[in-house]
Design a protein around this ligand. Structure first.
Ligand code: 9MR
Length: 409
């Protein structure tokens, strides 16, 4: 890879593969090497081991090895978190954060530590990364995020203990129900135990509701079945067991169930509500429900009042709510899209601020520079446009509207 002006040239085995726009990777005059040795969840591979890495300076330049950067960031009165601190009750403003930009991009780091009072690890707490082989745990990236939070007085909303995605291959391989149950319980005990006292909240169960029409009529009560090894092995009871195990491991952590597509009316929301009601009846220690609020398509834009009615329904059950992963792509029409994005985000924040059982508002990332809605499968890759800061880390209209929503509260 070579960098010429604001362009990268990529070569492999002497062949030119193409060029990509440099979003400022070398702006700080430093290069960070990152290597992924995990075989991922798709393929059965043994993985590999790096034994040597050589860096060489060309034509008389010198090389210096940099250790991890300073984690503590300067605070400012003019920030989302300063506004959230003035709400008059505990209320957190958060974003999903990733360890790589946190280490390598000082402007990302500065905004992350000064604008938010809460962080959700975007990927680092997922079983795929924390528990790559049976009984082998790797907490390094996750611990870095916890240290960053601590250095900046931020809470950690940990994500996630039990999900049907982001699993290491070995976790999917077993189909003895008793073994699957033991795996889940051991994973929760070890992971929630490791972070005991260091995280404020957990998404204990992520996305348990089904996308398949049939699940709402065939007796599965709207729960995701075949894709989930946990449901396959234990039925609905996996949810009870997961919450009980998380509570045993970290009794002070607030425990959430996190879901998408339940902001709107419909059988998905009804089924989720019924599930929470059953959990409460059975004495399961669930504290709250996260509404992800991904608005990937125009049809995902749900009237804030509908969302409010769901938050209130949960209040009656003694359950908290939060906006957990909001992002709103702006689409084709730039100007219109910016406005819509700002209105959608501020509308949900306003409701959350007005409903006493709504405890936090988080976006999924905060800058388009590292947004999860980027399309890297096409060439040239398309950057995300769904978050309150743009790819150059400039605040967008959405950021201004979020600040205003706090001021009106
Ligand atoms: O943003 C995350 C992306 O980097 C991961 O590849 C993906 C699979 O683990 O998960 C994304 O985050 C998801 C979150 O964990 C759960 N709700 C939907 C989020 C966006 O896809």
């Amino acid at each position: 890879m070579s960098s010429i002006g604001d362009t990268f040239r990529v070569k492999a085995d002497g062949r030119r593969l193409g060029t990509v726009q440099d979003p400022g990777v070398f702006a700080e005059g430093a290069v960070w090497f990152g290597l992924e040795a995990d075989a991922g969840e798709d393929e059965r591979r043994e993985g590999w081991r790096l034994t040597q890495l050589t860096a060489r300076a060309e034509s008389g330049d010198s090389l210096r090895v940099i250790k991890a950067p300073q984690l503590r960031q300067e605070q400012s009165d003019d920030s989302l978190r300063a506004r959230a601190a003035d709400v008059g009750r505990p209320f957190d403003i958060g974003a999903a954060l990733a360890e790589n930009p946190l280490l390598t991009d000082s402007r990302y780091r500065a905004l992350a530590g000064s604008q938010f009072s809460m962080l959700t690890p975007e990927n680092a707490f997922k079983p795929q990364f924390l528990h790559p082989r049976r009984g082998v745990y790797d907490f390094r990236d996750a611990d870095l995020l916890v240290r960053f939070a601590r250095a900046n007085d931020m809470k950690v909303h940990a994500h996630t203990l039990v999900w049907h995605e982001a699993l290491p291959t070995w976790m999917r391989e077993n189909d003895d129900p008793e073994e699957v149950r033991r795996t889940m319980l051991r994973h929760i005990a070890t992971v929630a135990g490791h972070f005991k006292g260091k995280v404020a909240e957990w998404d204990v169960v992520n996305e348990p509701m089904s996308d398949d029409e049939k699940s709402y009529t065939n007796g599965d009560r709207g729960l995701r079945s075949e894709q989930s090894p946990w449901f396959e092995a234990m039925g609905e009871e996996y949810i009870d067991e997961a919450f009980r195990a998380a509570h045993r491991a970290d009794p002070k952590a607030r425990l959430f169930l996190n879901e998408y597509g339940v902001e709107e009316e419909g059988e998905r929301w009804d089924a989720l509500y019924d599930l929470v009601e059953r959990l409460k009846e059975r004495g399961v220690p669930i504290d709250g429900v996260g509404f992800q609020n991904h608005e990937y398509a125009p049809g995902d834009r749900i009237d804030p009042e509908t969302f409010r009615s769901h938050v209130r329904d949960l209040a009656e059950l003694g359950i908290q709510a939060r906006v957990s992963e909001m992002d709103v792509p702006i689409g084709e029409d730039e100007e219109d899209g910016q406005q819509t994005q700002a209105d959608e985000m501020a509308g949900k924040l306003r409701v959350c601020l007005e409903e006493p059982n709504c405890t936090s508002f988080s976006t999924w990332g905060f800058t388009d520079r590292y947004g999860s809605t980027a399309d890297t499968k096409i060439y040239p890759p398309r950057t995300a446009d769904s978050l309150p800061w743009d790819a150059a880390l400039r605040p967008k209209l959405a950021y201004e509207r979020l600040l205003e929503a706090f001021d009106e509260a």
